[in-house]
Design a protein around this ligand. Structure first.
Ligand SMILES: NC(=O)c1ccc[n+]([C@@H]2O[C@H](COP(=O)([O-])OP(=O)(O)OC[C@H]3O[C@@H](n4cnc5c(N)ncnc54)[C@H](O)[C@@H]3O)[C@@H](O)[C@H]2O)c1
Length: 262
């Protein structure tokens, strides 16, 4: 833990925070930084190998198997966390559920594909957030929720990024991530009187050994001239969960190297 954290606005000591998708690329770094700021982290993930591995690396981390697309699994997670800690102070929604054939070009996406992915991803964020928010209301003290959106929830993809690659930006993703942004604002308004803050983080592209042509295309268009590192997203989450953001709600914190200013 960071030393002399007492009185620091970013101190998360004794804060119990659930991180869905905590075993993922960005999720693992979010868990690590929250841990360094003193929080008790519940790494909640469908992946039962990577999730426990991340939890084991933390000073105060436990793994909880969670499927955000299954309300029973969500209820179990909330019950387990409440039984162990008797409180939930924070939730970070970072899971990335998708159908097996997700990622098709627009022409090939059938309505059923769209609806299935909306149900898994947007529906999963809705169900998880609702369950935790209601627990936060019951416990009658402040809480904070952070939902992961994306630059593609704010603006249209630049398809020239994908020239000469087999990559694309799926239409479902834009619809889901835009929906998450206004769901966040809705909840911030609805839950403000209960002292629950709800914000979103919208990362730009994070480097993950993508096709080099995509990386070159992307980096030539982003003002900071490079893709993000996973470690560069987590500070935004610490800020939004901490007292430093005690008067911030309904905000979308864009962490994109300047991508969306153009
Ligand atoms: N990586 C990027 O470039 C980028 C950019 C913008 C936004 N984002 C967003 O950030 C978030 C995290 O992205 P990432 O790149 O770390 O993804 P990732 O695929 O590396 O990690 C996602 C995690 O979610 C877990 N998961 C999948 N389905 C689940 C379910 N049903 N229940 C619980 N857990 C489940 C996976 O096991 C995995 O550990 C996502 O919401 C993504 O849309 C990512």
């Amino acid at each position: 833990m960071i030393t002399q954290m007492t009185d620091c606005l970013f101190d998360l000591t004794e804060q119990v925070i659930i991180v869905t998708g905590g075993g993922g690329l960005i999720g693992a770094e979010v868990c690590r930084l929250l841990d360094r700021h003193g929080a008790d982290i519940v790494v909640a993930d469908l992946d039962e190998s990577r999730g426990p591995e991340i939890a084991d690396q933390l000073d105060n981390g436990t793994f909880q198997s969670l499927d955000i697309t299954d309300v029973d699994s969500i209820d179990t997670t909330c019950n387990v966390v409440f039984d162990k800690y008797n409180r939930i102070d924070g939730l970070v929604n970072m899971a990335y559920p998708q159908t097996d054939d997700y990622g098709k070009q627009f022409e090939s996406v059938e309505k059923e594909d769209l609806v299935a992915n909306l149900s898994l991803h947007l529906g999963g964020y809705y169900a998880m957030t609702k369950a935790v928010a209601l627990r936060m209301v019951e416990q009658e003290h402040e809480g904070s929720i952070v939902n992961f959106s994306s630059i593609y929830g704010i603006q249209a993809p630049d398809f020239s990024m994908y020239d000469q690659t087999d990559m694309t930006s799926p239409v479902e993703y834009s619809i889901i991530k835009a929906g998450i942004l206004n769901f966040t604002r809705y909840l911030a308004s609805y839950l403000g009187q209960d002292g629950i803050r709800v914000n979103s983080v919208s990362p730009g592209g994070v480097f993950n050994d993508q096709d080099h042509r995509f990386v070159e295309n992307y980096e030539s268009e982003v003002p900071l001239g490079r893709m993000a590192k996973p470690t560069e997203i987590s500070g935004a989450v610490v800020y939004l969960l901490s007292n430093a953001a005690s008067y911030v709600t309904g905000h979308n914190l864009v962490v994109d190297g300047g991508w969306t200013i153009k």
